[in-house]
Design a binder for this molecule. Structure first.
Ligand code: ADP
Ligand code: ZN
Ligand code: ZN
Length: 766
């Protein structure tokens, strides 16, 4: 038995133990009549793309195993938790060699039929072991074998509870007052965990409040919008009305591309459609990019819909996540909002699926089980036979092509509602206006003007640190990372050099190690911009936002709130600023360096650049103040930029699609990348060569191989990296080949000296 890449030793050994002789080892001392028994095919998280057969647990030991239920099984010398993928009559192994499941953990499967079949589909499509796919989909607590959260009793505030005099209650019963105050804040109801600090006398206090008719317990069906009435939104524009009507009229599976400029009211469309689902007693699932999941957004959903909203994101503690997941699975949460992995939330009464900012790269998982949450969401809608909305101001070229081909229905919101106007966009030619510390005179002039007019300013530079390079102008020395083919970034405040690829750091030297000359930081990052701006505009408060300034949880939100409140006049930062935020007084947006993405190596670099520029520009002038956007570039005649500025994202996308078609890149071709890395130079290459060689023995009709080639950054974290690109004109041809190939790769000897992964529909080629 071989495996994909070096494994932790213990896993390696276990796999050999468990199936080394193509068996699961003898069933210890359990030799009863087994022939008539069914076989449980269990998905376990291993690097092997296969299931593991077991016999049911000894009679009388817990519930019978059904697909979707978790089991504890012996595996090698240890035990593991897996999920039953199927129950069959036969195993390829002789029954007497099979071991027994030690215990079935769930009488009620944690994965329903729909979810199990989606995961199976995903495992096949993305060529990833089902056990690992299941592990990605399940909340941590369930993966570790914990009980699914029991229906938690929630308490909601009655109208009397809302009207009650808190101060008066507080004098006699402070704990009751605290609980009532919390219940008023949480229309979906509260439990003991929502009281901070925890109330010791929770139970008696809640009972007292219920006796007085101020609180009401709610168990089970929470879909009814009873606790807080939904508040009305603005009167919809004609375009919004049409979009809502089209979506609500959909019967069964219907994918919509909702394309609306930033601030055009896409979220209002979602809310209306979700409200219609609520009327019909159905749930809606909304995926948002990591950075789009702000408390404001959630608050907006809660207030407008007046129903329980479950939140699922990576920052949740295990218990919280389990509770939200369970609430969704039981149909208690009417609306589920979450980031990428929320795609795997089971729904009791699914009605509508939505993915906001569908172009966003955070929707694609880039390691382990590499999946696109957007693509899976569409697939899920199809299986569920429900409508799905893909919303964006800057849709992915794939989605635009799907709309052009008639596979998605395109809905347009061409304008912002009311007085809000699209901002005026201008290019600043850096060859004519030299920049100092990254800032040209026209941009500095505009900043001064907008500040004088009481506007707010946002500057976007997607590079943190002080400068990307530390250099000796005497001998040409450049500070590089010892473990990567990359330069060290200067962080001046911490007086350190840091590699942004592997995280290694060291003190920043003042002098050249080769010739002792003074070293100079070259180029600019957000830190340098911050220094230059505070020198130039000392009277205006300034805030820098990047990963260095927002390491603690909640910090980003707190900082953005200060800007929104007007306390801060200049906001400067990275990609973190580009999404979802609404700043009513923001009038000027400056894109400090548009050239970063102009000549990127990835075929998607241009698309990404256009999306960032349009998204960040969309932060300006959202209310009734006109906005202005300045883009600094040394290539003002670059067709990508001129098209974007003069004709907008739609025109850019048309042009970009023509180029993609000519070059036979996605969406007009289908890709997969086999990546490998190893500590020794050559080992990754050898594996990829062998993988390519092996393809000769298989049917690879319609698939072209490019490479193997070294990755553009060949060495990272001390490992040498290479890749083999697979290219096909038809998705089917690629899929037909990938399945058998992926299995064959598991047994390649060269795979033992390299860590490898297969990425289907890669978001990045490198
Ligand atoms: P998007 O999701 O496209 O960025 P939002 O739905 O967040 O846009 O709307 C942007 C702003 O415009 C919000 O403040 C929203 O309340 C407001 N808005 C949306 N639709 C309307 C409308 N029909 N009339 C007035 N204001 C609206
Ligand atoms: Zn030197
Ligand atoms: Zn490094």
């Amino acid at each position: 038995m071989r495996h994909s890449g070096p494994l932790p030793h213990a896993i390696h050994r276990d796999i050999h133990r468990n199936c080394g002789q193509l068996s699961h080892g003898p069933a210890d001392g359990e030799n009863g009549p087994v022939n008539s028994e069914s076989i449980l095919r269990v998905a376990l998280s291993t690097p092997l793309k296969r299931l593991f057969d077991y016999l049911p647990p000894a009679a009388g030991k817990g519930p019978v195993g059904r697909p979707g239920a978790r089991v504890r099984v012996p595996f090698g010398r240890s035990t593991r938790i897996g999920v039953i993928a199927a129950v069959t009559a036969h195993s390829e192994l002789p029954t007497e060699k099979l071991r027994r499941v030690s215990e079935v953990l769930d009488a009620q499967p944690v994965l329903n039929e729909e979810m199990l079949s989606l995961l199976q589909w995903a495992a096949d499509y993305y060529q990833h072991p089902l056990g690992d796919v299941v592990a990605t989909a399940l909340p941590n607590a369930l993966r570790q074998g914990k009980e699914p959260a029991t229906a938690s009793l929630r308490w909601v505030c009655t109208p009397e509870g809302k009207a009650a005099d808190l101060d008066a209650i507080s004098k006699r019963a402070p704990v009751q007052a605290r609980i009532l105050a919390a219940a008023r804040q949480h229309p979906e109801g509260i439990g003991p965990a929502d009281i901070d600090p925890p109330a010791r006398s929770w139970r008696s206090a809640v009972q007292a409040l219920a006796d007085k008719g101020l609180l009401l317990s709610r168990e089970g069906d929470l879909l009814a919008p009873s606790s807080t009435p939904a508040t009305d939104g603005p009167a919809l524009t004609t375009a919004q009305v049409e979009a809502v009507a089209a979506i609500n009229a959909a019967e069964g599976f219907a994918p919509f591309l909702l394309e609306g400029v930033t601030g055009s009211g896409k979220t209002e469309v979602y809310l209306e459609c979700i409200a219609a689902q609520l009327q019909a007693g159905r749930q809606s699932l909304v995926l948002v990019p990591e950075i789009g999941l702000t408390p404001q957004l959630v608050q907006r959903f809660r207030q407008r819909l007046g129903v329980p909203v479950a939140l699922l994101h990576s920052g949740l503690a295990d218990g919280e996540r389990l509770r939200a997941w369970t609430a969704a699975a039981r149909g208690e949460a009417a609306v589920i909002i979450g980031t990428r992995s929320a795609i795997f939330t089971p729904l009791e009464r699914p009605g509508l699926l939505i993915v906001d900012e569908e172009h966003d790269t955070s929707l694609k998982q880039q390691d382990g089980f590499r999946y696109s949450a957007r693509d899976l969401l569409v697939r899920r809608a199809q299986k569920l036979n429900v409508p799905v909305i893909l919303g964006s101001a800057t849709p992915a070229l794939e989605s635009i092509e799907n709309a052009r081909a008639g596979r998605y229905q395109r809905l347009l919101l061409p304008k912002r509602p009311g007085a809000a106007k699209a901002p005026a966009v201008r290019l600043v030619d850096l060859r004519r206006h030299a920049a100092r510390d990254g800032l040209s005179e026209p941009l500095l002039g505009a900043i001064g003007q907008h500040l004088a007019d009481d506007g707010q300013v946002l500057l976007y530079l997607n590079r943190r640190g002080y400068a990307p390079t530390l250099m000796c102008s005497n001998c040409g020395f450049v500070a590089e990372c010892p473990r990567c083919d990359a330069r060290m970034v200067v962080h001046r405040q911490r007086h350190r050099l840091a590699c942004h690829h592997c995280g290694s750091e060291r003190p920043a030297p003042d002098h050249c190690p080769d010739c002792s000359h003074a070293l100079h930081p070259v180029g600019q990052g957000t830190e340098r911009l911050e220094a230059a701006l505070s020198e130039r505009f000392p009277d205006h408060s300034l805030l820098r936002i990047d990963r260095d300034t927002t390491r603690r949880r909640g910090e980003l939100e707190a900082q953005l709130e200060r800007f929104r409140a007007g306390e801060v006049r200049i906001l400067l930062g990275t990609q973190m600023l580009a999404k979802g935020h609404d700043f009513p007084d923001l009038t000027l947006v400056g894109v400090v360096d548009a050239d970063q993405g102009l000549f990127g190596t990835d075929f998607r670099a241009g698309e990404r650049l256009a999306q960032s520029i349009v998204q960040v520009a969309g932060r300006a002038g959202r209310a009734d103040r006109p906005g202005e956007v300045l883009i600094q570039t040394a290539w003002p005649e670059h067709p990508l930029l001129t098209l974007l500025v003069e004709a907008g994202y739609g025109a850019f996308a048309e042009q970009a699609l023509t180029e993609r078609r000519d070059a036979a890149w996605p969406p007009y071709a289908f890709l997969a990348v086999l990546r490998a890395e190893a500590p020794e130079r050559g080992a990754a290459f050898e594996f990829l060569e062998a993988a390519r060689e092996m393809a000769r023995d298989l049917d690879s009709t319609g698939v072209r191989f490019l490479g193997p080639a070294p990755a553009p950054m060949e060495r990272r974290q001390g490992r040498f990296r290479a890749q083999l690109l697979l290219h096909a004109d038809q998705r089917g041809a690629l899929q037909r080949f990938l399945g058998p190939w992926r299995l064959a790769l598991e047994s390649l000897p060269a795979g033992r000296r390299a860590r490898w992964s297969l990425d289907v529909d890669p978001a990045e080629l490198f």
